[in-house]
Design a protein around this ligand. Structure first.
Ligand SMILES: [Zn+2]
Ligand SMILES: [Zn+2]
Length: 269
């Protein structure tokens, strides 16, 4: 299993900090000649192709929640369509499975319809939505399993998900945006990679139970208690230095491998 970080940043960058050149969240997991993309942020199509992944090879997309720094799919989908139009059969991505919260599965096709009304030649990509909210059984993707758990975010008023992806060679877990909740703790149990958000300032512990964001210390505590092997922080604000994030995770007692995620990094297990 190979992980490529396509966007370790947040919705905006803070100039002069380590977030300056980071894109918003997107993570690609490859296993046994298959691929799944976690979150679809602004400009992800360029980042994918820069990393050597043609748009027509992406058939699985898992969305954590509907905030725009994680879910900006229209240019991505348009890119897939136009590439297939101009590039012929070989460049066509015929089908795209979208795993997502219930509201996206229900409402996004309406927005998609506005764009493509009266354009009946638009026969691809076929969008297949899979609602992952409150879903107890995993989705089977080849020889891998995709589990979803509820995340706590936006004061608990938003249907947000974290994902656990089990492949024969390793387990990848993606927190999306979340506070401290049972869902993320269950999801990351014994994970090989736990990509965990750390948006909250180190001086602010209350976000974990109020708005719903973790700081790096809390991410470390969760990773420690769940037996995570490699914790990868992302979605940090830049208002605390990378060294401060690392020290905070050490303070949590987490003794596994730690990375402050950066765009274009790759990891394999
Ligand atoms: Zn969010
Ligand atoms: Zn976010």
């Amino acid at each position: 299993m190979k992980l490529t970080i396509l966007g370790a940043g947040a919705g905006a960058c803070v100039p002069g900090t380590s977030t300056e050149n980071l894109y918003p969240p997107a993570f690609l997991v490859e296993w046994d000649d298959q691929k799944i993309l976690f979150d679809c942020s602004e400009g992800v199509r360029f980042r994918l192709e820069k990393a050597g992944h043609l748009l027509e090879t992406i058939h699985h997309l898992a969305i954590s929640h509907s905030h725009a720094d994680h879910f900006a799919p229209l240019p991505f989908l348009l890119g897939i369509f136009l590439k297939g139009q101009w590039g012929g059969e070989k460049a066509r991505n015929e089908a795209l499975n979208i795993y997502c919260p219930d509201a996206i599965a229900k409402d996004f096709p309406v927005l998609w319809g506005i764009h493509w009304k009266k354009m009946d030649y638009h026969s691809f990509p076929k969008l297949q939505f899979h609602s992952m909210s409150k879903k107890e059984d995993p989705i089977v993707i080849g020889n891998a399993l995709l589990f979803s758990n509820s995340a706590y975010h936006s004061y608990g008023n938003l249907d947000a998900l974290c994902y656990r992806f089990e492949t024969p060679s390793g387990v990848f877990v993606y927190s999306g945006d979340t506070g401290d909740c049972e869902g993320v703790r269950i999801a990351c149990k014994d994970a090989d990679f736990f990509v965990c958000e750390s948006s909250a300032r180190l001086t602010d512990s209350s976000m974990a139970t109020q708005y719903g964001h973790l700081n790096a210390r809390q991410a470390g505590e969760i990773a420690k208690s769940s037996g995570v092997k490699h914790l990868i922080l992302f979605h940090y604000s830049g208002l605390d230095s990378d060294d401060a994030l690392i020290d905070a995770v050490k303070e949590s007692g987490f003794a596994g491998r730690l990375t402050v995620g950066k765009d274009s990094q790759t990891f394999e297990v």
